[in-house]
Design a binder for this molecule. Structure first.
Ligand SMILES: [Zn+2]
Ligand SMILES: [Zn+2]
Length: 286
C-alpha cells in the first residue's frame, strides 16, 4: 500500500530521519502527529513502536502496523521478537529496498512543505524565539514543546484546547444566577448546622467534619447541577465553593466578633468541614 498524500510521505521521511538520529522523543512526537492525520500508515505505527519504551505500548503499535499491512516485514519481525515468538521465514531478511525508490518523485511538493532540515526552523506561534518541529494536529500552527498539550490524538495548541473546552462548557447565563442562589441557600442551612455542632473540639467533631464535609459537598453539587440541567461552566465550580464558604462564614462571624480571637479553636471543625466539602463540591461541579 503506497502512501498517497505527499505531505504524509514527507512527514514519514522526516520522522524516520529523526528516529535514525536517535532523537527518540522528537521522533515519537512526529510519528504521533503523522498518525493523528493519517492513522492508517503502517510504517508510522512501526516507527512509533520503535520509539516507545513500554513493551505493552510497543506491542500495541506493532500490532496496529501488522493489522494494516500484514506483509510489512519489519513490523512482523519486531512484533515476533517482542513476544519471543519465532519470526516467520519470509520476514527474516531485512527488506529495506522498498524504501529506496521513494525520495525521487517529490519535486513540486517540497515547495509547499519545508524540507526536512528546515522543519526545525519553524517558530512557535506564541514564542517567536523558540524553534520547533511540532505542529498542532488540529490547526497546524507550529508550537514549542512547552506550549504543546498532549492529547490522545496528538499534540494540540492551547487555542484549540480552549475552543474544545468552550464546546464542553455549555452553561447558560441564567445558570450563573440560579446555581449560586441554590448553592447559597443550601450552604446557609448547612453552615448553620456546622457552626451549631462542629465548633467544639474533639475526635467526634473532626470525624464528623470529614465525613459530613464529603456528604455535604456532594449533596450541594447534586442539587445544584440537577437544577441547571447538568450544564457545565468554566467558573461554576469556583463560584459554588465561594457560596459554600460564605454560607458557613456568615455564622462564624458573630462568634469571632463576640469572643474575639480566643474563639479561634472553634474554627477548626468548620475549617476541616469546608476544606473537605469544598473539594467534593468543586470536583462534582466540574
Ligand atoms: Zn491548534
Ligand atoms: Zn511556545
Amino acid at each position: 500500500m503506497e502512501i498517497q498524500d505527499p505531505r504524509i510521505r514527507s512527514l514519514l521521511r522526516q520522522a524516520n530521519k529523526v528516529a535514525d538520529a536517535g532523537k527518540k522523543a522528537a521522533a515519537e512526537q512526529l510519528y504521533r502527529q503523522l498518525l493523528a492525520e493519517a492513522p492508517d500508515v503502517a510504517e508510522a505505527w512501526y516507527g512509533l513502536g520503535r520509539m516507545l519504551n513500554e513493551p505493552a505500548e510497543q506491542a500495541n503499535a506493532y500490532t496496529k502496523s501488522v493489522s494494516l499491512k500484514p506483509d510489512y516485514a519489519p513490523a512482523v519481525r519486531a512484533l515476533a521478537e517482542l513476544r519471543g515468538e519465532p519470526v516467520p521465514a519470509w520476514a527474516i531478511e531485512p527488506e529495506e529496498p522498498e524504501e529506496e525508490p521513494e525520495p525521487e518523485p517529490e519535486p513540486e511538493v517540497e515547495t509547499a512543505v519545508p524540507p526536512d532540515d528546515q522543519a526545525y526552523e519553524l517558530a512557535c506561534y506564541r514564542h517567536s524565539n523558540r524553534s520547533t518541529s511540532l505542529r498542532c494536529y488540529n490547526c497546524g500552527k507550529p508550537i514549542c514543546s512547552s506550549c504543546a498539550i498532549k492529547t490522545p490524538v496528538g499534540y494540540s495548541c492551547p487555542d484549540c484546547i480552549r475552543e474544545k473546552e468552550d464546546v464542553f462548557f455549555n452553561i447558560k447565563p441564567l445558570d450563573y444566577l440560579v446555581a449560586p442562589a441554590i448553592g447559597l441557600v443550601l450552604s446557609l442551612v448547612i453552615g448553620y448546622l456546622v457552626v451549631r455542632f462542629m465548633t467544639g473540639l474533639g475526635w467526634l467533631t473532626i470525624i464528623g467534619a470529614i465525613f459530613g464535609g464529603g456528604l455535604a459537598g456532594r449533596f450541594v453539587g447534586q442539587l445544584t447541577k440537577g437544577a441547571i440541567g447538568r450544564r457545565r461552566g468554566r467558573y461554576l465550580p469556583h463560584v459554588m465553593v465561594v457560596m459554600l464558604v460564605l454560607g458557613t462564614a456568615v455564622w462564624l462571624l458573630p462568634i469571632l466578633i463576640f469572643n474575639g480571637f480566643a474563639s479561634l479553636f472553634a474554627f477548626i471543625g468548620p475549617g476541616i468541614f469546608l476544606f473537605v466539602a469544598g473539594g467534593a463540591l468543586f470536583s462534582y461541579m466540574k
